[in-house]
Design a protein around this ligand. Sequence first.
Ligand SMILES: Nc1ncnc2c1ncn2[C@@H]1O[C@H](COP(=O)(O)OP(=O)(O)O)[C@@H](O)[C@H]1O
Ligand SMILES: CC(C)(COP(=O)(O)O)[C@@H](O)C(=O)NCCC(=O)O
Length: 323
Amino acid sequence: MDRPIDHGLSPYRAFSRNEWAQLRRDTPMTLRPDEITRLEGLGVHLSIKEVEEIYLPLSRLLSLYVAATQKLFRAMSHFLDARDAEANGEGKMPYIIGVAGSVAVGKSTTARVLQALLARWPNTPKVDLVTTDGFLLPNAILEREGLMEKKGFPESYDLSLLLRFLTDIKAGRRPVRAPLYSHFFYDVMPDQYVEIDRPDILIVEGLNVLQTTRPPKDGKAIPFVSDFFDFSVYIDGDEDVIERWYVERFMRLRSTAFTDPLSYFHRYSKLTEDEAKATALSIWRRINLPNLQDNILPTRQRANLILSKAGDHEVAEVKLRRL
Ligand SMILES: Nc1ncnc2c1ncn2[C@@H]1O[C@H](COP(=O)(O)OP(=O)(O)O)[C@@H](O)[C@H]1O
Ligand SMILES: CC(C)(COP(=O)(O)O)[C@@H](O)C(=O)NCCC(=O)O
């Protein structure tokens, strides 16, 4: 009799927090407490324990993966007899890591921590970071197209600009410019860019980075953003917990950035505490929650690694995709 096919094998290997923390092995902590403080978001404490137990083992894994990829790249150069190009530094290929997840789940914070940790590994001294909000369509266009309530949805991004950016990075062009978004002005900044000049690692952070595109009608295939990634991380959490983080961040901004009359959300600084909370909840439920449910969560199983967070941003479980 034929053996039944095992449909139960998960593509992921799951680790409890403690199991994952053991995988740090003897990696020394490379960030000082004051350096961790500088990585914290607005008024939020980032615990050293969290960095040591979760992000340091992850940086160890990534450093090993990058080294293996760099070796593979050298093997290919050897095969193509492209050693001269390699000696001139032309053969360097940035290792690209995607960081995905809901609005307010902690993508920017995680990306900044990973950037700092990875830059301390000897084989990856230059680690750059790009956020995909720079590739949002400007408000003027979103308004014209009736998309202001769809900011962060797939249709609100200039996907071809993002794909061109990633193509240029992978082609080894230098420097490559990424547009900049301002949360203060709630808009893309005209003529402001971040220059990416051949880093060892590029982290690309954004809610849309694992999304797939519909098959084209004209037969011309468009690549996925994730086709350019060597590794991807999805940050996960329960909806009600992320909602709370969103509202808490909004309330902190209300008493800081929003008090500036130039800020887009200045009008919210004048609301009472209860009115402001209700406004934050309404934005979350009208825009960010439907985006999470319809467009972000369905991409979770495309990630190489899933970090599942609990109520205080502490990672409770890590899932690593089997090779
Ligand atoms: N590991 C963490 N520990 C404590 N607070 C965190 C952590 N990650 C994120 N936060 C806080 O949660 C909120 C959302 O994080 P942020 O990185 O801005 O999210 P995103 O980029 O996904 O919108 C911020 O207020 C941030 O300071
Ligand atoms: C700018 C964002 C779409 C996040 O973009 P990302 O960096 O993930 O590409 C999001 O923070 C946002 O502004 N959402 C619209 C609703 C709101 O104001 O929260």
